[in-house]
Design a protein around this ligand. Structure first.
Ligand SMILES: C[S@@+](CC[C@H](N)C(=O)[O-])C[C@H]1O[C@@H](n2cnc3c(N)ncnc32)[C@H](O)[C@@H]1O
Length: 432
């Protein structure tokens, strides 16, 4: 397919996902199934166009004064990919499956591409209804935070200390031009190409050998700061597919006991294979047998560290999942806040005196970050917040600079601040 035909295809896919309110991945899959002529490079390029258009959905619609799929794609080509009106006009020839030629209004709007007079939520490409909750945490930086979340994300890997090292992987993957991560000692970063695609790291022999996992550097950092020590009893209550479980096992050097569970046992399924590849030997997966069943009840009073990687809106990962930004519905935030309170209360019941909860979200919204901790502390008199300075000082390495990103109870990472996904971490300790 020509670059112009790919643009037409992206407009078609966007039309489908907007009309039928379906996930971008479903619309892309269906498009591919009914267009067998499209090769894998075409599909990847079309997906990249669709995701880029979703990243800048509000600002493109404003600059183009239209919210049609065509306006969103053309606006994104100017606003995100930096194409001039002339370059876009050349692509829109109307021939050989290319989009129809630009009209005078489109030409003028692409040439000017202006967000002058746009409200902040549009400048930030954050849904209007969510803007007050989002802006609450960032004050004057809120628009810049939103803009950084509307960009593309790099691909980060975590060197698995049980099998490899960052230096060894730096050499092994040199053909893909890795850079060391700025914060996590185990992170390597790969920048996406002009078309938004990154290297196929999961096809690397060192990946199959367990040398690394794909994991955003922010996710690595909050897991490191959670403070798991070799020999401890650690639980990962919201383990999902185990991204943080694997990192915890490596940080513990396979010493001590690590238990992984999740409310949704199906989500734990990939963890079995990932554990085998990683060489982690101190992990036990516990499956809840029924609603309300506590699969870790035998550990009550023995747990040193409970990692609560809580269910949340995922607003910190909008760079990787821009579809989710526009699909999140009013009401979802209140539901997640309820889930967060529930899982924090569970963690509290299992800790031993002096034990800690490391509460983590991939959210940018104070309601599910500091406010969740404030509510937890109000309900649990026997717990106190661990000051961030203490958390940073007790982690091996030099993390003092992160104190700049302190919130009332914890730490907020973001693409704008740390070049990572948006993650929040707060630690609390059982004092009675
Ligand atoms: C952010 S995801 C976990 C991601 C995972 N820790 C990782 O690093 O790959 C949150 C998980 O919490 C689970 N969850 C939701 N409510 C829960 C609850 N009340 N107790 C335990 N897990 C819960 C969800 O099924 C989901 O897998």
């Amino acid at each position: 397919m020509t670059p112009a035909a790919r643009i037409s295809a992206a407009i078609e896919v966007l039309d489908d996902l907007i009309q039928r309110r379906r996930p971008a991945s479903d619309a892309l899959k269906d498009w591919g199934l009914s267009r067998r002529f499209a090769g894998s490079k075409d599909r990847a390029a079309i997906a990249s166009l669709v995701y880029d258009a979703l990243r800048r959905r509000a600002s493109s619609a404003f600059a183009m004064a239209a919210e049609t799929p065509r306006a969103l794609v053309l606006g994104m080509l100017a606003g995100l990919r930096g194409l001039s009106a002339e370059e876009i006009a050349l692509l829109c020839s109307g021939e050989n499956h290319a989009p129809m030629p630009l009209d005078a209004e489109e030409w003028g709007r692409l040439a000017a591409f202006s967000l002058d007079g746009a409200p902040d939520w549009i400048g930030a490409d954050v849904p209007e209804w969510l803007w007050p909750a989002f802006a609450a945490g960032f004050g004057r930086d809120a628009v810049g935070e939103g803009q950084a979340l509307a960009g593309r994300a790099p691909i980060d890997i975590r060197a698995n200390r049980l099998k490899s090292s960052r230096d060894a992987l730096m050499a092994d993957l040199s053909h893909a031009s890795p850079e060391p991560g700025a914060w996590s000692p185990d992170a390597l970063r790969f920048q996406p190409g002009h078309d938004g695609r990154g290297p196929s790291l999961q096809a690397e022999p060192s990946f199959f050998a367990g040398g690394f996992e794909i994991q955003d550097e922010g996710s690595q950092l909050v897991t490191l700061l959670a403070g798991a020590q070799p020999g401890q009893t650690v639980i990962d209550l919201c383990a999902g597919a185990g991204g943080k479980t694997l990192a915890l096992a490596a940080l513990m050097g396979n010493q001590g006991r690590l238990f992984a569970t999740d409310l949704d046992s199906r989500r734990l399924a990939p963890l079995h294979e990932r554990l085998a590849r990683s060489g982690a030997t101190n992990v036990e997966i516990r499956i809840p047998r029924s609603r309300g069943h506590e699969p870790l009840i035998d550990l009550a009073g023995q747990v040193d560290l409970a990692l609560v990687d809580a269910p949340c809106t995922g607003s910190g990962t909008w760079r990787r999942n821009p579809d989710a930004k526009w699909r999140v519905r009013p009401g979802a935030l209140a539901e997640r806040v309820k889930d967060q309170a529930e899982v924090l209360a569970r963690a509290a019941r299992l800790l031993k005196p002096g034990g800690r909860i490391a509460y983590i979200t991939c959210s940018m919204l104070p309601d599910e970050n500091d406010e969740a901790i404030r509510a937890f502390l109000a309900r649990h008199a026997g717990f106190a917040a661990v000051p961030l300075t203490q958390v940073l000082a007790s982690t091996e390495g030099d993390f003092g600079l992160l104190a700049r990103f302190a919130t009332e109870f914890g730490l907020q990472l973001s693409p704008h601040r740390t070049g990572t996904d948006g993650f929040y971490l707060a630690c609390t300790q059982r004092i009675a």
